[in-house]
Design a protein around this ligand. Structure first.
Ligand code: HSE
Length: 439
C-alpha cells in the first residue's frame, strides 16, 4: 500500500490531539484515502515517553521540515517567529504544510501563500478558523458559485465560553478564563482571546476568502470582552438582545468593513443561542441566501479533526499529482481566488463603519436631561429605536439605555462627545454595537 509520511511539529494540546486522532482513526483514514498514514517525526523540546517509540522525536524543527521521510509538515507550535521560519523552510523543500496558526497567517499569510505557489505546494489552514467547523472549505469550495455579501461569526471559543458562563451562571471572569485554559481552549497568551485579537486574526482570513482580498489584519477593528458588565447583559436581555463577541466582514458600496467586538444581537437569532465553547459562522451569499455553520471552536479533538481533514485533502492532491505525473498540480487557490485577481478594494476605517448602538448613560435625575440627549442624537441624524429609563441608584443617579438604528460611527462619536459634555451626565457613555443580522 502507498504511504504518506507526516511530521507533527509541536506537541501541545493540538499536536497531541493529532497524534491521538491518527491512533484512533487510522483505519478509517486509510479506507478513505487508500494510503497508510505514518507519523515519522514529532518536533518537541522535551522527550515524550507517551509517544510511539518508532516515531522520531527531535527539537530540531528545521531538520524535520526538510527530512526526506516527510511528505506533509503539520505546524502546531504556534507563535509567529519560529513557526514562520519552519514553514518557509518546509515550503522551500517542497513539502505541503498544514497549520492551525491563525496569528501567523493573518500577519504573514500573503508572503507564505505566494512562496507556496512558487514552489508548487499547498499550505492548508482549516484548523486556523472556528476549530472543528470546516468553514474554510465551505467558503472556498462549497460556496464558490456565490457572491458573498457578509460573514458574521462567533469565532473565539474561549471568549464565548467566558461570556456564556458569566451570563448563565454568574461566574467571575477570571475563574472562567482559568477553566478555559485548563481545558486547552485558550491561546498561549490569553489576552489574544479576551481582547479580540484571535478573533481578528480569524476574521481577516474569512474576509479574504469571502471577498477575494489580500490578508489585512492591521485593518481589522478589534475590541474584546473585558469591558462587558453584567449590568449591560441584563439590560440587553430586557430589550430582547443577547451580547455575543462577534466578528463581521461586510461588503459595502464603498469598501469592506472588518471588525470584531461585543455585539447586541436579537435573542431570536440562532447566533444568540450559540453557547459555551461552540463557534458558529453565518454567511450571507447570493444566490444561496443565509447559511449557518456550527460546532466546537476550540479544543484538542475539534482542532485535530480540522488538521487531519487538511492532511486528507493533501493526500488527494498528491495522489492526483502521482497519477498525472505533475506534482505541482493546481489545487484550490490559497485565498479562494487566483492571486492575480485579488482585489485592492479599500477596507474602511472605523469612522466609516455603520452599525446600530446600545448606549448606557448615567445621569443626574434632573429636568430636561432626556430631552437634551434625544436632541443631540437627532441633531446628529441618529434614529432612536428604543429607550428605557431605570430607577435611580441609591446615589440618585439614573441609568438611561438607548438603542439606535444603524449610524455612521463618525456621527455616533460626535454625538457621544456632546452627550458626555452635558452637566447632568456624570460618567462616560457605555456603548456596545448592535446588529440585527437581517437578510
Ligand atoms: N483560543 C482559540 C479559541 C483556540 O478559544 O477559539 C481556537 O482557535
Amino acid at each position: 500500500m502507498k504511504s504518506i509520511n507526516l511530521a507533527v511539529l509541536g506537541l501541545g494540546t493540538v499536536g497531541t490531539g493529532v497524534v491521538n486522532l491518527l491512533k484512533d482513526n487510522v483505519q478509517e483514514l486509510t479506507r478513505r484515502s487508500g494510503y497508510q498514514l505514518n507519523i515519522t517525526h514529532v518536533g518537541t523540546r522535551r522527550h515524550r515517553t507517551d509517544i510511539d517509540p518508532t516515531i522520531k522525536q527531535s527539537a530540531d524543527l528545521m531538520a524535520i521540515a526538510a527530512a526526506d521521510d516527510v511528505d506533509i509538515v503539520i505546524e502546531v507550535i504556534g507563535g509567529t517567529d519560529v513557526a514562520k521560519e519552519v514553514i518557509i523552510h518546509a515550503i522551500k523543500h517542497k513539502k505541503h504544510v498544514v497549520t492551525a496558526n491563525k496569528a501567523l497567517l493573518a500577519k504573514h499569510g500573503n508572503e507564505i501563500f505566494a512562496l507556496a505557489d512558487k514552489h508548487g505546494v499547498q499550505v492548508r489552514y482549516e484548523a486556523a478558523v472556528a476549530g472543528g467547523i470546516p468553514i474554510i472549505k465551505i467558503i472556498r469550495e462549497a460556496l464558490a458559485a456565490n457572491k458573498i455579501d457578509w460573514v458574521a461569526g462567533i469565532i473565539n471559543g474561549t471568549g464565548n465560553f467566558i461570556l456564556t458562563e458569566m451570563q448563565q451562571k454568574n461566574r467571575k471572569f477570571g475563574d472562567v478564563l482559568a477553566e478555559a485554559q485548563a481545558l486547552g481552549y485558550a491561546e498561549a497568551d490569553p489576552t489574544f482571546d479576551v481582547e479580540g485579537i484571535d478573533a481578528g486574526h480569524k476574521l481577516s482570513l474569512l474576509a479574504s476568502i469571502a471577498f477575494g482580498i489580500p490578508l489585512q489584519f492591521d485593518k481589522v477593528y478589534c475590541e474584546g470582552i473585558t469591558k462587558i458588565s453584567l449590568q449591560d447583559v441584563v439590560y440587553a436581555k430586557e430589550l430582547g438582545y443577547t451580547i455575543k463577541h462577534l466578528g463581521f466582514a461586510f461588503r459595502r458600496d464603498h469598501g469592506f468593513e472588518l471588525r470584531v467586538h461585543p455585539t447586541l444581537i436579537p435573542n431570536s437569532t440562532l447566533l444568540a443561542n450559540v453557547n459555551g465553547v461552540k463557534n458558529a459562522v453565518m454567511v450571507d451569499a447570493h444566490p444561496l441566501g443565509q447559511s449557518l455553520y456550527y460546532g466546537d471552536g476550540a479544543g484538542a479533538g475539534a482542532t485535530a479533526s480540522a488538521v487531519m481533514a487538511d492532511v486528507m485533502d493533501l493526500i488527494y492532491v498528491i495522489e492526483a499529482g502521482a497519477r498525472t505525473d505533475d506534482d505541482t498540480l493546481a489545487d484550490v487557490p490559497h485565498l479562494a481566488f487566483i492571486p492575480e485577481e485579488l482585489s485592492d478594494t479599500r477596507v474602511l476605517p472605523s469612522d466609516e463603519m455603520t452599525c446600530g448602538y446600545y448606549l448606557r448613560l448615567t445621569v443626574k435625575d434632573e429636568l430636561g436631561v432626556l430631552a437634551d440627549t434625544t436632541r443631540i442624537l437627532s441633531d446628529n441624524g441618529i434614529n432612536i429605536d428604543a429607550i428605557m429609563q431605570r430607577d435611580a441608584h441609591k446615589s440618585g443617579l439614573v441609568p438611561i439605555i438607548i438603542l439606535t438604528l444603524p449610524v455612521l460611527e463618525k456621527q455616533m462619536n460626535k454625538a457621544i462627545k456632546e452627550i458626555e459634555a452635558l452637566n447632568a451626565v456624570t460618567e462616560p457613555v457605555v456603548r456596545i454595537r448592535l446588529e440585527s443580522l437581517d437578510e
